[in-house]
Design a protein around this ligand. Structure first.
Ligand code: FES
Ligand code: FE2
Length: 426
């Protein structure tokens, strides 16, 4: 039973401090994610030598998932496509991976890219439903298949309503019916998107990575194939963190990657901020004679001796990872579909001018086969870690090895999002 309200105004006099007052009589309800964010900030503030894992709740709790979607996936810069996937004016590519934000990437007649919402301004229909339309193709206009409202795709008018048949509603405001056109930046041929109109530009944050990867000349690389694993039963961060370190080659990939890309030879560069790099020297050939450095065409001319001799891994938080070899680049991304599920997408890129090489089909088949096998091995670890995180009672934190520095860096990235309080030390 609720206590009756006192028949007089409640007044509080000093010596309570303002902080005491705020705690005793909060004017806004305390967010259920606040204790987790506080713990995230504590962990992210540890020096790397003392770093530890995030608490299990960060991989399970619906409220933490909701915070990530709001503050990261609906605000920060995300790597969503390669520019060559929408190479020509009139091309489109459906983007289905952002949580709760169906989008389409289009290239207008002037060659400018647009990222438009696919939610029709009439009655919310997906204007390019996956059930009836191809993932990519060509379009002159966007026609909603429900009642045929039509949207323009050209230049400054992209997203504007061009036609709404039989609409005679008094006061109907056509100009207000515009599909939002979101911010894009192109970085080395990758299309980066932010849903936040006020997000600071991305390019300055990546200038150091530009220099590190300049030899690859990534802008001209071509997208050769895509592999997807939808509905993986694990939090997206489990998969991302797995991909950020080669330490697990020792166990997970003991017979596949470890013999040719050994964990103990990996160098983890001393990075902070949004991106990181690592390098692992490669054996020229594996047990079957086909190694990570094998390719039926010469390597890109700008590669350094080191880049010619092994695998560079470059990560861009929150969820973009590149594994760079002289003959191919695998671009991985992991997209949350719930607190404990995600979709994993891998795209294979090949150097400029090589996609029509006569031996490319065999080269790609070898890459696909290895990638599939490695991902199946990774999925055992990813699902197993998620089971461990969900075990009751919650296990205590684990410590990180020197090869897991990118995980500590990722914690610092997370804690620097809005709502976190950690300030970078540099
Ligand atoms: S919902 Fe798109 S035209 Fe009606
Ligand atoms: Fe792996």
């Amino acid at each position: 039973m609720r206590a009756a309200a006192p028949p007089y105004p409640v007044t509080v006099r000093m010596p309570f401090s303002e902080e005491d007052l705020a705690m005793t009589f909060p004017t806004t309800p305390v967010s259920p994610v606040a204790p987790l964010l506080a713990e995230l900030c504590r962990i992210a503030g540890l020096p790397f030598e003392r770093s530890e894992t995030l608490p299990p709740e960060a991989y399970i709790a619906p409220e933490f998932h909701a915070w990530e979607v709001k503050q990261i996936f609906h605000r920060d810069w995300l790597c969503v496509a390669r520019a060559d996937q929408v190479a020509e004016p009139g091309a489109y590519l459906r983007l289905d991976d952002l949580p709760d934000r169906p989008l389409v990437l289009t290239r207008d007649e002037d060659g400018v890219l647009h990222a438009l919402s696919r939610v029709c301004r009439h009655r919310f229909m997906d204007v390019l439903p996956p059930e009836t339309t191809a993932e990519q193709g060509r379009l002159e206009r966007l026609v909603c298949p429900y009642h045929t409202w039509t949207y323009r795709l050209n230049g400054e008018f992209a997203g504007r309503l061009a036609g709404a048949p039989l609409m005679r509603a008094p006061g109907f405001d056509r100009a207000a019916c515009r599909l939002p056109d979101h911010r894009l930046e192109e970085w080395n041929g990758f299309v980066m998107l932010s849903l936040d109109p006020a997000a600071p530009p991305l390019a300055p944050e990546l200038s150091g990575l530009d220099a590190a990867l300049a030899g690859y000349g990534l802008t001209g690389w071509e997208t050769a194939c895509t592999l997807r694993w939808n509905g993986v039963p694990a939090n997206w961060k489990v998969a991302l963190e797995n991909a950020c370190e080669n330490y697990h080659h020792l166990g997970t990939h003991a017979t596949t990657l470890e013999p040719v890309l050994p964990a103990r030879a990996t160098r983890v560069d001393d990075c902070d901020g949004r991106w990181f790099t690592t390098f692992t020297p490669a054996s020229p050939a594996g047990p079957d004679g086909h190694g990570p450095l094998s390719a039926p065409f010469p390597p890109p001319p700008g590669l350094s001796p080191e880049q010619l001799s092994g695998m560079t891994v470059a990560g861009i938080f929150p969820n973009c990872l590149l594994a760079l070899l002289p003959g191919n680049v695998v671009w991985g991304s992991w997209w949350p579909t719930g607190p404990v599920t995600h979709d994993a997408v891998f795209r294979v890129l090949v150097p400029p001018g090589t996609s029509r090489h006569r031996d490319m089909p065999g080269h790609l088949e070898a890459i696909r086969a290895l990638l599939s096998r490695v991902q199946e091995e990774d999925l055992v670890a990813i699902r197993g870690v998620q089971r461990g995180l969900s075990a009751a009672p919650g296990p205590p934190a684990g410590r990180l090895s020197h090869l897991e520095r990118p995980l500590w860096q990722f914690q610092r990235y997370l804690s620097a999002r809005p709502g976190g309080r950690h300030q970078r030390s540099r």
